[in-house]
Design a protein around this ligand. Sequence first.
Ligand SMILES: [Zn+2]
Length: 315
Amino acid sequence: MSADATPAWFAKPQAEIRAAVAGDRLAHGVLIHEDPGAGGLLLARWIAQLANCREKSRAPCGECQECRWIAADQHPDVLRLSPEEDSIQIKIEAVRAMIAELGLTAHGHGYKVAILEPAHALTDAAANALLKTLEEPPGRTLLLLVSSEPRRLAATVRSRCTRLRLPGPSRGDAAEYLKAARGAGPWADALAATGAGPFTLLDADPAALAQLRHDTLSTLNEIGSGNLQPPAVAERWARGDLTTRLACLESWVTERILESASIRDATHLSVRGRAPNICRLFELSDAIRDMRKLAFTTINKTMAVESLLWRWARA
Ligand SMILES: [Zn+2]
């Protein structure tokens, strides 16, 4: 399997799309709701290939010119809209240019396709500009919106799209996929470090992430057992790659919450007192998430990390 191979967890959404195409009821606007890092952009490209492949009997073949151009993001009829490099938004000018392009005759014999990713990056004005095209698209046009956070997308846009769900794979399947795409490495630990799906790790250094997770866990253990004090750790963490460290921390707290919930389910009330304090874990998780949003501002990072670690020491 190469990095281009279709991931096993695409099977269900792909079957849904094939059924819609077979029944001639594929919507003009499809909102691909992916779990973070599950590969929504690759699934969008697959749909574009299905609509444009020259080998109708075995589409998408992956080998014809149309399929290869789409895979390489070079097909003249398949437009890709993402935030510009210096921005986190998809702006109205870009959407207007895309709409104008969709109105032109296709270069090939297939569909004109626009892939918007991530779709929640559309500004309000850009989303508004898109509405008419979603409602009355030019013939043989497909709009594919990819988002891991569809709630951040305007309700008016959401309601005009058919929803296609792309759940992420199990950690085992994700590790297998990365191993096939990138070669051997501590992928399971690397995935656990960030808590996100495999597509966020295609360019990552798995050994460095696994080491970060190991360091984070052993440090939390030391703090939990009173061998280390938060101030001694906070400065070191704040100086390093804080974004990844916070992702690692959030992933780990989420695991503890799930574990704690399953202990309660399995044992009812008899050992309730021995389960971790789940309310505190939720508070800690919220605090980490809040801080992840602030990590790039000028807040005093060391103080903020120290405050998080005190929360952990008391959890
Ligand atoms: Zn093809």
